[in-house]
Design a binder for this molecule. Structure first.
Ligand code: SF4
Ligand code: SF4
Length: 103
């Protein structure tokens, strides 16, 4: 069972993504992303919105597949800046990794 944290979007602001909750899941970013076959970045944004931190950490390596091309951010009708959400999630994963027993 996935654990959720309803305050995770607030936490993600500290990592550089202040507009995570602006996404209304139109799917435009996923349709234009080169990683379309993985439903990227929309799926990760959904995890971030509901605070599914365990899912984000389990699938954290996928975040590094983002090319940072910016196409998602350019086309988002809500100006939710999905490209920056992905970068913030990378920072969150690294922060969690550095705060754990891995180092
Ligand atoms: S394009 Fe914007 S509003 Fe639409 S799913 Fe992507 S981040 Fe959400
Ligand atoms: S910046 Fe990343 S998430 Fe956005 S369209 Fe490019 S590869 Fe996909």
């Amino acid at each position: 069972m996935a654990l959720v944290d309803i305050n995770f979007a607030d936490e993600l602001e500290q990592f550089g993504a202040p507009k995570t909750l602006e996404c209304f899941h139109c799917g435009t970013c996923a349709a234009i992303c080169p990683l379309i076959d993985q439903h990227f970045p929309r799926q990760m944004i959904r995890y971030a919105q509901i605070g599914a931190k365990d899912r984000i950490l389990e699938r954290g390596a996928e975040l590094w597949r983002c090319l940072h091309c910016g196409l998602c951010t350019q086309t988002c009708p809500r100006e939710a800046d999905p490209g920056e959400v992905i970068l913030a999630l990378r920072r969150y994963v690294l922060h969690h990794w550095r705060s754990s027993d891995h180092v």
